[in-house]
Design a protein around this ligand. Structure first.
Ligand code: 6PG
Length: 250
């Protein structure tokens, strides 16, 4: 597995380290291509990162050139407490006043989730144009059993190689979700996993010690990028084990 690991004392330090990396990527993307295309992770872990970005990085990142996308979304109204969009709204978007034209939430108002997935894919293809999908950075989390995005172990969606966005029924609450597929993130320039807390020790150990064959049993283990895949860990998630090669830490 050609992942790098980057281990930090706690979630606060991890969030600050990721924010620093995002600043660098955002500056290069805006300079090279005039915009920064960032995929936000859902769940609980990234909230502190978003709060750091919306305060201490308000002036350090060109938010008017930043476009926000979601890696997955629970199929609930956008004001539902379970909505990934709502969490990002509260922690990042509203505090920064990012232009609405730059915010690309996964729609959850279609009668059929499959229609919503199709609509999101159409938006992505239009946004990226003839050059094809190519996010500058994808932020991801990892669940205790190795899911990422809303791709869970054994899901048929893991085998999808054409569509960029699909609707899935997951073994999670709520079950109905939209998710980017693996091909949608394989074109990304960089992928960062943010993994924090003792409850992730077991899956981190499995991922860092799995053979290539075993790795494919975990959706997170199937993630590839065109550039770096960095596993940002705090010590609670690392469990004190010797992290793999390419480890950076304070
Ligand atoms: C979701 C996420 C999911 C998440 C992991 C980790 O919608 O739930 O996209 O993939 O990243 O479940 O979640 P925590 O950060 O809450 O542990």
């Amino acid at each position: 597995m050609n992942w790098q690991t980057s281990v930090w004392e706690d979630r606060e330090a991890l969030s600050r380290a990721v924010a620093e990396e995002i600043e660098k990527i955002a500056a290069a993307a805006a300079s090279d291509r005039g915009r920064f295309d960032l995929v936000l992770a859902g769940g609980r872990t990234p909230r502190r990162l978003y709060e750091v970005l919306s305060t201490e990085y308000r002036e350090r990142i060109n938010w008017s050139r930043t476009h926000l996308f979601w890696g997955d979304e629970r199929y609930v109204p956008s004001d539902n407490p379970l909505s990934n969009y709502r969490m990002a709204q509260e922690a990042l978007i509203v505090p920064l006043g990012i232009p609405q034209a730059n915010i690309h939430p996964m729609p959850t108002y279609f009668a059929e989730a499959a229609e919503a997935a199709h609509a999101y894919e159409q938006m992505l293809r239009s946004h990226f144009g003839a050059g094809g999908l190519r996010f500058d950075l994808v932020l991801l989390g990892i669940g205790p059993e190795g899911h990422t995005l809303s791709l869970f172990p054994g899901s048929p969606a893991l085998e999808e190689r054409e569509r960029l966005v699909v609707s899935v029924r997951a073994a999670a609450k709520p079950p109905l979700r939209l998710t980017l597929t693996l091909p949608a993130i394989e074109t990304a320039r960089d992928v960062f996993f943010l993994v924090s807390g003792e409850d992730k020790q077991d899956i981190v150990h499995k991922l860092l010690n799995a053979s290539p064959e075993e790795l494919s049993n975990y959706p997170a283990g199937r993630v590839r990028s065109q550039g770096r895949v960095i596993l940002f860990l705090d010590r609670a998630a690392q469990g004190g084990q010797a992290a793999g090669a390419g480890t950076t830490s304070p």
